[in-house]
Design a protein around this ligand. Structure first.
Ligand SMILES: Cc1cc2nc3c(=O)[nH]c(=O)nc-3n(C[C@H](O)[C@H](O)[C@H](O)COP(=O)(O)O)c2cc1C
Length: 207
């Protein structure tokens, strides 16, 4: 069934989020000469911005890349995987690591916002008990995956294809994106229009 149609019942149904979830797949080759518009990228970024994060810390930064030289550098950092080499656009999700120190101005600002004008002491207490510098990097990278999931589904909703790319050389990616110390790449997402028909989904049964 397509969005907004239910021919058997003769009614117009609202698009369901599950439609986008069912239609999303990892595209490994994007069509050449089919760009992603600035408006589409903005909508995808907005979906990432609204993603949930533990303690409301939003420990991410998004970098969109659409220029030819930037895309070539990112494809190289991804070992020239076909999805990366053919992408019309990328969004890199970078994990903020050093900013997550409980005494940072960043955490202070986020907790002020999270407390909505109320007392920040309880959230600080919980976070200080939780925070450990040895585990904060993978934790921050894990948070970034929530933003990624939002972006992938929003892209599908817009009719765009996508591929999450975790297979990259972190050093090359850091260099290509000029990521400063204290931040680390979490995930790259390639976007465009897929060069082939959607493949059948492969998933374990629900039970
Ligand atoms: C965190 C993450 C990293 C991934 N990295 C890559 C990658 O480097 N290259 C690639 O071709 N696909 C990558 N994928 C896509 C997965 O292979 C794909 O989602 C999985 O095979 C299921 O297929 P589907 O997304 O089409 O349902 C990645 C997916 C996730 C969630």
């Amino acid at each position: 069934m397509r969005y907004g149609e239910d021919h058997e019942k003769g009614i117009i149904m609202k698009p369901q989020l599950l439609d986008a979830i069912q239609q999303r797949y990892a595209c490994r080759e994007f069509s050449a000469d089919r760009p992603v518009s600035a408006d589409e990228l903005a909508a995808v970024l907005e979906a990432g911005r609204l993603a949930p994060s533990a303690f409301g810390l939003e420990p991410w930064r998004f970098i969109s890349v659409t220029d030819a030289a930037g895309k070539t550098a990112l494809a190289r950092a991804c070992f020239d995987q076909p999805a990366a080499a053919t992408a019309a656009a990328f969004i890199a999700i970078v994990a903020l690591v050093d900013a997550l120190d409980p005494d940072s101005a960043y955490v202070h600002a986020r907790f002020e916002a999270e407390a909505r004008g109320g007392d920040t002491a309880p959230i600080y207490e919980a976070y200080r008990a939780y925070y450990h510098p040895d585990t904060i990097t993978p934790w921050a990278q894990g948070q970034c995956n929530f933003a990624a999931a939002h972006m992938l589904l929003q892209a599908t909703h817009l009719g765009l294809a996508s591929c999450p790319l975790g297979g990259f050389d972190s050093g090359l990616l850091t260099q290509a994106l000029d990521i400063p110390p204290g931040e680390t790449p979490a995930l790259l997402i390639a976007f465009g229009h897929c060069a082939y028909e959607a493949p059948a989904r492969i998933r374990k049964p629900l039970n």
